[in-house]
Design a protein around this ligand. Structure first.
Ligand SMILES: C[S@@+](CC[C@H](N)C(=O)[O-])C[C@H]1O[C@@H](n2cnc3c(N)ncnc32)[C@H](O)[C@@H]1O
Length: 240
């Protein structure tokens, strides 16, 4: 039996639920939501699955677009909160690596900042592809591999100017690391971009969109930080 707290998400769930709100954090509110929803509006799926849905924030956004949305997450506390916030929603406890859904069940599968938390990348992507209908889309938002590599090193500051620098760690070395912020303590994976790309390519998926989105609003200092490196990446893959 797998322990859903192996990466800290059970112990951190209440802090996450308290902090995320309906708009989400900076990355969600000012960077990702708009381009993610734009892609979805472009092909208007009838059914969708949000893998690692947390407390269901993005599922609620999809339902507002009239997409019949299912959310899955291994942490009971997240699923309980999702059901409480959206009593008509469809939320299920489960791991990405063993999705409790039939083959070809969905037009759209979303992974919104959850791949960095998922331990068995190959199994999870194989499952995401399995539950997609042929022609369906897999829409992924993830921390960029530059960002996860530099997070392992931590913040550094220029001696002369005090400017924040973001040096890379051992970029090609994959690994998971503990991070703490705002009452959360979770493990996130750093994986080189090639590792993600090869895994999608090996699972009957064709790349239809790629972006390193920048903030469209928000604090000037946060926007400025994106000049140094892309913090996020977005990909859309089509099931063959
Ligand atoms: C950073 S949160 C993102 C939640 C949501 N997608 C959002 O953007 O608000 C990561 C989520 O991944 C979930 N998670 C961790 N391991 C997972 C796994 N093996 N399969 C599916 N979800 C997982 C966690 O429980 C957590 O809810």
């Amino acid at each position: 039996m797998r322990d859903p707290d192996e990466n800290g998400w059970v112990s951190s769930a209440l802090a996450w639920i308290d902090g995320v709100g309906d708009d989400g954090d900076f990355s969600r509110q000012h960077v990702l939501d708009k381009p993610m929803l734009d892609r979805i509006r472009e092909f208007m799926p009838i059914t969708a699955l949000d893998v690692g849905c947390g407390e269901g924030r993005f599922c609620r956004k999809l339902e507002k677009l009239d997409v019949k949305t299912f959310g899955v997450d291994p942490v009971d506390t997240m699923i309980d909160a999702a059901r409480e916030k959206h009593p008509d929603g469809r939320y299920t406890v489960g791991f990405a690596e063993e999705l409790p859904f039939e083959d070809s069940a969905f037009d759209l599968v979303v992974s919104y900042l959850s791949l960095i938390d998922i331990d068995q990348l190959e199994n999870a992507v194989r499952e995401m592809s399995r539950v997609l209908k042929p022609g369906g889309r897999l829409l992924v938002a993830n921390l960029s591999s530059f960002a996860t590599s530099s997070s392992v090193v931590g913040r550094r500051y220029c001696k002369d100017t005090g400017e924040e620098l973001r040096p890379l760690g051992l970029y090609l070395e994959e690994g998971k690391h503990w991070f703490e912020w705002s009452g959360l303590r979770v493990q996130n994976w750093h994986r080189p971009l090639s590792r993600y790309m090869k895994t999608f390519l090996a699972n009957d998926l064709t790349l239809t969109h790629f972006d390193e989105p920048e903030p469209t609003s928000g604090l000037e200092s946060r926007i400025k930080a994106y000049e140094r490196m892309p913090y996020l990446m977005m990909m859309e893959w089509q099931k063959r």
